[in-house]
Design a protein around this ligand. Structure first.
Ligand code: HEM
Length: 279
């Protein structure tokens, strides 16, 4: 074989290609079924959940960028990132519906293989909620056996959320946001503050002064709406798959999930929009 031919052969082996760049062999070896005998639908269940976790990873990646643009007060870049996060969430809301093709009988055929595995233990889901501003220490209990995940979540809970950062930026550009809000202990769940609500109300009432900020609030309402839409579609899917049965994580199942439906990442913006009709 000529030297040139040998070089070409080596290049073929080392050359980055679709499979090596994306690590497809590694990725497609991660679906390890536990049902015994193997249940056909367990593969479907694992692929859906794993792809959710990949998208959660991407959402967290975008949230970091969002945080940086909020700190800079760069509203157009903030809007662009929120648009992408909402597009991913829209896709996830469609994706959960795939599970509508799993009948209760099919699911019960391999449910035991999950043990006590539950969405409660999705660290990335909880991290997204924490990062956006919904923080409930009750959920730490699901990570107690996993100190690395617990520490990671606790660290996130101590950082200002996207909403805290937005309030800080509003303060920096001259709005009357109290120090008690911007300097608070971020690990304590946020409580509505009347002065902050007043600032948001003023921005909505005088849009010509700050129209880009109104657009930003509206984008956050879109994001909140899409997260709640995911919650509703998940509940409907849970009801049609396990009815009123308890969840593998030990909760009351659909009834528990319904109790979380009214939660909002940005309640003060909702408050201002809703109050418009109570004048
Ligand atoms: C047949 C499919 C599914 C069923 C029957 C189901 C059922 C449930 C139930 C009953 C809960 C309440 C906690 C518990 O007691 O376990 C729950 C929570 C959760 N599930 Fe699912 N689920 C399914 C699919 C999914 C998928 C595909 C995801 C995507 C990641 C997901 C993510 C979550 C999350 C994040 C929670 C916690 C929700 C919260 O704390 O607000 N679930 N699920």
């Amino acid at each position: 074989m000529s030297d040139r031919h040998q070089d070409y052969e080596n290049l073929q082996i080392d050359e980055l290609n679709y499979n090596s760049y994306l690590k497809v062999p590694e990725l497609t070896s991660l679906q390890q079924l536990r049902s015994e005998p193997r249940h056909h639908d367990e593969m479907f269940f694992i692929v859906i959940h794993q792809s959710f976790e990949l998208w959660f990873k991407e959402i967290l990646h975008e949230i970091d960028l969002l945080a940086a643009f909020i700190d800079e007060g760069n509203v157009s870049r903030v809007l662009k990132v929120i648009k992408r996060i909402i597009a991913i969430m829209t896709c996830l809301t469609q994706q959960i519906q795939l599970l509508g093709t799993l009948t209760p009988k099919e699911f019960s055929g391999f449910r035991e293989a999950l043990g006590t595995g539950s969405g409660f233990q999705s660290m990335q889901f909880r991290e997204i909620e924490f990062a956006l501003g919904l923080r409930d220490p009750w959920f730490f209990q699901f990570f107690e056996q996993h100190p690395h995940e617990l520490d990671h979540l606790k660290a996130r809970a101590e950082q200002p959320s996207i909403y805290d950062k937005l309030l800080n930026t509003l303060k920096n550009i001259g709005h009357d946001i109290p120090d008690s809000v911007t300097n608070r202990d971020f690990s304590v769940p946020y409580e509505m503050n009347e002065r902050v609500v007043e600032v948001i109300r003023h921005i909505y009432d005088e849009p010509q002064e700050n129209y880009h900020m109104v657009l930003l609030f509206e984008a956050l309402i879109d994001l909140d709406t899409m997260w709640s839409t995911w919650r509703s579609v998940h509940i409907l899917m849970v009801s049609r798959t396990i009815g009123a049965r308890k969840g593998t994580g030990g909760s009351a199942g659909a009834a528990f999930l319904e109790s979380r439906l009214p939660l909002r990442f940005f309640p003060e913006i909702w408050e201002v929009r809703n109050a418009e009709w109570n004048k």
